[in-house]
Structures are given as C-alpha cells and as structure tokens.
Design a protein around this ligand. Sequence first.
Ligand code: UD1
Ligand code: UDP
Length: 373
Amino acid sequence: MSKKILVCFGTRPEAIKMSSLVHELRKSEFEIKVCVTAQHREMLDQVLDFFEITPDFDLNLMTANQTLNKLSGRIFTEMDGVLENYAPDLVLVHGDTTTSSICAWAAFHRGIATGHVEAGLRTYNKYAPFPEEINRQITGRIADFHFAPTETSKNNLLSEHTAAESITVTGNTVIDSLLWTVGKLDSGFSNDRISELESKVDFTKKVILVTGHRRENFGDGFLNICKALAEIASRPDVEIVFPVHLNPNVQKPVNDLLSGYDNIHLTEPLDYPSFVWIMKQATLIITDSGGVQEEAPSLGKPVLVMRETTERPEAVEAGTVKLVGTDSDVIARNAFELLDQPSVYEKMSKAYNPYGDGKANARIVEFLKSKLT
Ligand code: UD1
Ligand code: UDP
C-alpha cells in the first residue's frame, strides 16, 4: 500500500515553498494530502490560488491579531483530529513558523514520523528571529528527516548531534517555486495586479521594493523603518513600492506614517507572481523577510536587510545581501550608497544562487523514496 504523507503549512512563505513540493510529490507513488492551518488566511489563499492547490484539510484557524499561545493551542487541538483520522505515515512541515513547530509536535505526540523542509537554519539567538529561531530548533529536535538547504545548515544540524543519515542537502524549494514563476512571467503571464503596478509606478525612476513584518521590529523598529523610507522618498529619482503585510502591528505604523507620499506606493500584499514581477523590476530591495533574502540574489537584486542578525548567512558572505538593522540613518545611508555609487551597486547585484538550483523538490522526493519503504 502507498505510504501516506500529510504536508502541513499555514502561512504565505510556507505555502510558496511547499506548493511546488506538493506538485513534485504528487508525481510519486506516495499518497499525498495537504493540511493548511490557515495561520494566515488571505495571504495563504493568494498562494494556493496561484499554485492551484486545494487543501484536503483546512483548519481555518486565523483570528485577528492572534497571540502565539492561543494560535498554538488551536493548532494542537485541531491537528490532533486530523492526525487521528487520516493517520499519515509521515508529516512534512516547513521552516520556522508556529504552524511548523506545533504540527511537528502534534505528530510526535501521536508517534508519527516527521520531515522538516528548510532545516538547520540557525542564529543561536533565541530572540532573533523571534519566535522563529526556537520554532526551528524544536522542529529540528522532533524531525526524523531533515532537508537542509545548504551545507551550512547541514553543519548546524551535525553540530547538534543530529544523525548524519537523517540529513540531506537539497537546496531551498523557494528557488524551485521562484524559477517556475519566473518561467511563467517570461512566457507572458500577467494579471490585474501587475497591470495596476505598471500604470501606477513610474518605472523611469529607480524602484525600491520594501517589505517588513518581523516581530522583533514591532514598535520602535517600524517607526525607524518608516522614517528611513520617508527620507529616501525625499529624492525625486526614486519610487518606493511597499506591499504592506496584513499584521495590524505593521499596517498601523506604515499607514499612519507613509500614506500621502506621491512616490511611496503602499499596496495590499501582492500575489506571488506580481511580487516576483516587481522584484525583477526593482533596483534594490529593502526587507526583513527571510524568503526575499533567498530569492533576490537569484534575480541579481541587492538586498538591505533590516535585521541585526540572519539565519541565512550565505548571501551576506557572498556580498549580495547586507544587514543594516533598523537605525533609520543607517538604512537611508546604505540605500543612497547603492543608488549613487555604481561600483557599490555592481558588486551587490551579481546574480548568485547560494540557496538552490531549482531541483530541491526532486531531491526531497528521492530521499523520501529511499527512506519510506
Ligand atoms: C508569521 C510567522 C512568521 C513568518 C510570517 C510570514 C509565526 C510566529 N510567525 O508571522 O514566522 O515569517 O508569518 O509572513 O509563525 N493577518 C491577516 N491576514 C493574513 C495574514 C495575517 O489578517 O493573511 C493578520 C492577522 O491579524 C493575524 C496577524 O496578521 O492575527 C498575525 O499573523 P501571524 O501568522 O500570527 O504572524 P505574522 O506576523 O504574519
Ligand atoms: N511575497 C509575496 N507577496 C508580497 C510579499 C512577499 O508573495 O507582497 C513573497 C516573497 O516573494 C517570499 C515570501 O512571500 O517568497 C516571503 O514571505 P514573508 O516575508 O511574509 O515571510 P518570511 O519569508 O520572512 O518568513
């Protein structure tokens, strides 16, 4: 009988990175079902629509401004029923969210094996990223199979005494999803959001793409980020495009402080192909996102990361990503340097692929075939 794999995810980035894997898994002999916690609702559904995935189980758990503990409690309770009824042989989770760690833990409580996609990223600072660093460590302790995107992440796992035969280096599935999406765009895919951006943004200017949502930046961090963006927008030669995350802790400061500038375009979160399209048009990207740090180097776009530390050191070491923290002067100064000094820009905009070659999904499926017999 086919082994049963339950793929669990809940937020936008997990969905982007797991959807292309679901398609690859469905080509195998395994029985595949998808369970979404819907820790995110609208931002998850955008991704499910684009990748044409209909979940087999939709826990529909998101509530406005949810707390980590209440969300965790609901995931435990609802996952228990799914695991009892479907009784999978393996649960696959991704990355570092509350959905990942609690789904892994719920599977463990029921004696079900777990595979961790995007395993082994670490800062070893439990408050940065918060709570993601600890979510990753918990998931790593529980998981039976570890899909490490890079050698660095594999070495982190080995240094924690994770069994070597349970780890495989696959590259990051985000590159599989990105390359597939770029392929669609290159062959003429468009939609209303892309048309809207084309008509609203002045692409004769330098376009700066911005995203932000990290919990450790809530409060003063976001106030500083907005101050930096207002200063950057005082230049007539730039256009800022900022798709604003739906978290109320982001919506409020950004809308309060950055509405009303002609050259700052605050938009709803963009569907994935529109976001990839605008990344391709951008001169530079300013973000605190993990996924964007992985995608932008593949597209040859310099990234200023508004964090003090990162669990993705590879592109920083290669010089295409720079950590700038959340001091407004430092953010603005680094942006101006990239805008005004061609030699600095050229160094940071070399296309570089430390996170994968687009074949991570195939490697994950092959590894599972060798282990799940
Ligand atoms: C979550 C993840 C974070 C990940 C990020 C990606 C945790 C603890 N955090 O953070 O690791 O990097 O997603 O974006 O797992 N909201 C909506 N609609 C949506 C999504 C969010 O309204 O589609 C609002 C809701 O009010 C929700 C709030 O945002 O309660 C926070 O969502 P939550 O998933 O708890 O945290 P994020 O900051 O999105
Ligand atoms: N993204 C998107 N629309 C947006 C902003 C980001 O589709 O408006 C994509 C982006 O390309 C990347 C992922 O969302 O693949 C990153 O998600 P996020 O920054 O929310 O989470 P993180 O990666 O930091 O966990």
